[in-house]
Design a protein around this ligand. Structure first.
Ligand code: SF4
Length: 493
C-alpha cells in the first residue's frame, strides 16, 4: 500500500487492499453498520474526525492516531479548532515500517507508554485509511494494561461515509467493552447514580441544555436522563447501559444501539420536537418503560401546552430547505413545520434507519421530500428548484446559496448550537429564521451589485468593470484543447 494513498486514492483500491491485508471482517461490519448511498466518498470532513472528537471529549481518555502525516495534520488542526485542549497522540510511519510490521510494534510501544492508570482510564488507537488498507492489526493490541482499557478501531474514509457515523464507531466499541466488564463482575459506580432510579439513555451529541430539558419532560413519568452516548467519562458507559430504555435521538448510531439491545434495553427512535413530536415520543417512552397512563398524562399536561404556546408565540412563515450531516435534520424539519414553515426538502448525509422512520413518515405525509445519504449535488439541485426563503445547510451549500442570493445558515454552527427539544426548542428556531429571511432583499441587491464579479470567469480585480480577457486568449486556449484532444485520440487508436 502506497503511503500516498488516501481520500483520492480510490475507494475500491483501498478497500481491496484492506481485505487482502486481513481486514475483511472489519470492512464487512462497517458496510453493515454504515451502508453507502449515492456518493461513495465522504463529502464532508475526514470521517475519522468523528471518532477523534468522541475520544478527545472524554475525561481520562488518551487518543492516538495512526495514519499519514497529512491526514493527522488536518485532524489535529480541526480538533484544536474545536477546542480539544489536549494532545493528540500520533505514531508516524514510512513505507518500510508499514511493510515490515514495525508500525504495529511502534503503536504497541506508544500504547504502553500512554497507558498510565494514574492518568487515564482508556487509550484509544484509531487506524486511518492507509494503516487500515495495509492491515495494521489493532485487534492484536493488549486489551488492557495495568487496568487501562485499550481500544483499537479502524475508521477509514473508504468504509465510514460520514464523520457522524465515525462517532458511532468509537461509541459502539466503548459500549461493547464496558458491557463486557459489567457482565464479568462489579464495575466502578457512576457519578450521581441514585439507586433504583429509572432512566432514559439519550443517544447523540446534543446541545448541552437539551438533556436537562428532556429530563424535565420525563420527570412526571418517574424517569430521569442517563449519561449520554457518546459518553464523557468511562464510568458513564455503565450508567447508560443500566437505563430502562435507550432513545436513539440521532438515528445513525447503529453499533451503539446494538450494544444497548445486547444489554437487553429497548430502543425508541425520533425525539421530543415540537408539539406532535413530543407527544408521540413521550408515548413511545411510556410504552417501552411500562409507565402508567396517569403518569404519561401528567407528563403531557405539563409539557404540551407550553410547547404549543412557544410555537404560537413565534410562528415561522417561510419556505426552508434543510440539509446537513449531523443526523438531526429530520427533527429540525419537523420543528420548523410545526412552527408554520414550509419545508419541501430535507437532505441528510446519514443513512436511513428504523429510528427515523416516524419522522420520515410525518414529513412525507406532509409533502416533504426526505433524501437519505444526500449528496451535495442533490442538496444544491433541491435548493435551486424550490428557491427557498432560507436554506439550512453545510458550508458549500451555504456558499452556493449566497451566490444565488438566497439567505442561508450553517446547520452545524447555527442550528445545532441551539436547543431543539421541548418548549425551549420550539422558541429558539423562529428567531434565527426571522433574522435571516429579513435579509433576503439585501442579498438580492448584493447579487445584482456584484453580478459577474468574483465568479470563475470574472475573478480578479476590477471595481467598475469586469476584468477583460487578454486579446486572443480564449481562441488560443480553444485551439490548445482541441490539439490535446486530437493527440490523445491518436494515442488511443
Ligand atoms: S484518513 Fe481521512 S484525510 Fe486521510 S486519506 Fe482517509 S479519509 Fe482522507
Amino acid at each position: 500500500m502506497s503511503e500516498a494513498a488516501g481520500c483520492h486514492g480510490g475507494r475500491e483500491t483501498l478497500e481491496a487492499a484492506a481485505r487482502a491485508a486481513g481486514k475483511s471482517l472489519v470492512m464487512d461490519e462497517l458496510a453493515r453498520n454504515y451502508p453507502r448511498g449515492p456518493h461513495d466518498q465522504p463529502q464532508s470532513m475526514c470521517p475519522a474526525f468523528g471518532s477523534l472528537r468522541v475520544g478527545l471529549r472524554m475525561r481520562r481518555v488518551a487518543t492516538i492516531l495512526s495514519g499519514s502525516a497529512c491526514c493527522v495534520y488536518g485532524l489535529t488542526f480541526t480538533s484544536h479548532f474545536y477546542g480539544a485542549r489536549r494532545s493528540v497522540g500520533y505514531v508516524p510511519f514510512n513505507s518500510e515500517t508499514l511493510v515490515t510490521g514495525k508500525l504495529f510494534e511502534d503503536i504497541r510501544d506508544a500504547v504502553h507508554a500512554t497507558a498510565k492508570p494514574e492518568e487515564v482510564d482508556a487509550v484509544v488507537v484509531i487506524n486511518l485509511c492507509v494503516p487500515t488498507a495495509s492491515g495494521v492489526p489493532l485487534d492484536l493490541l493488549p486489551k488492557q494494561i495495568d487496568g487501562v482499557r485499550v481500544i483499537g478501531i479502524d475508521v477509514p474514509g473508504f468504509g465510514v461515509p460520514t464523520h457522524a457515523e465515525a462517532k458511532d464507531v468509537l461509541a459502539g466499541a466503548m459500549l461493547r467493552y464496558a458491557r463486557g466488564e459489567a457482565e464479568a463482575g462489579p464495575v466502578a459506580r457512576p457519578r450521581q447514580m441514585v439507586e433504583g432510579e429509572r432512566s432514559v439513555a439519550l443517544i447523540g451529541e446534543l446541545f448541552p441544555a437539551d438533556p436537562m430539558g428532556v429530563g424535565a419532560l420525563l420527570a412526571p413519568m418517574g424517569l430521569t436522563v442517563a449519561p449520554q452516548t457518546p459518553a464523557r467519562e468511562w464510568r458513564d458507559l455503565y450508567a447508560a447501559l443500566d437505563c430502562e430504555v435507550a432513545a436513539a435521538v440521532h438515528p445513525f448510531y447503529t453499533a451503539s444501539i446494538r450494544e444497548f439491545r445486547a444489554a437487553g434495553r429497548p430502543v425508541v427512535g425520533s425525539g421530543p420536537v415540537g408539539h406532535d413530536g413530543t407527544a408521540a415520543w413521550l408515548e413511545a417512552i411510556a410504552r417501552a418503560t411500562g409507565t402508567t397512563a396517569a403518569q404519561l398524562d401528567a407528563a403531557k399536561a405539563r409539557a404540551l401546552p407550553a410547547i404549543r404556546a412557544a410555537l404560537e408565540a413565534a410562528p415561522i412563515a417561510a419556505r426552508i430547505t434543510v440539509s446537513g450531516y449531523e443526523g438531526s435534520e429530520l427533527l429540525v424539519a419537523r420543528l420548523l413545520m410545526e412552527a408554520g414553515a414550509e419545508v419541501p426538502y430535507v437532505g441528510t448525509a446519514c443513512p436511513r434507519t428504523e429510528w427515523s422512520d416516524a419522522d420520515r413518515d410525518w414529513l412525507e405525509s406532509r409533502g416533504t421530500h426526505v433524501q437519505y445519504r444526500a449528496s451535495l449535488e442533490q442538496d444544491m439541485a433541491a435548493m435551486r428548484e424550490v428557491k427557498p426563503d432560507l436554506a439550512l445547510g453545510t458550508t458549500p451549500l451555504v456558499q452556493k446559496a449566497k451566490e444565488l442570493g438566497i439567505p442561508a445558515l450553517y446547520f452545524t454552527n447555527m442550528v445545532s448550537a441551539r436547543p431543539l427539544f421541548g418548549a425551549a426548542g420550539a422558541g429558539s428556531m423562529a428567531g434565527i429564521v426571522a433574522a435571516q429571511t429579513r435579509g433576503r432583499e439585501r442579498f438580492s441587491r448584493m447579487v445584482s451589485f456584484f453580478e459577474g464579479v468574483g465568479t470563475p470567469d470574472g475573478a480578479g480585480y476590477g471595481f467598475r468593470e469586469k476584468p477583460v480577457d487578454p486579446p486572443g486568449f480564449r481562441d488560443r486556449q480553444r485551439k490548445l484543447r482541441a490539439a490535446k484532444a486530437k493527440a490523445e485520440e491518436s494515442v488511443g487508436t
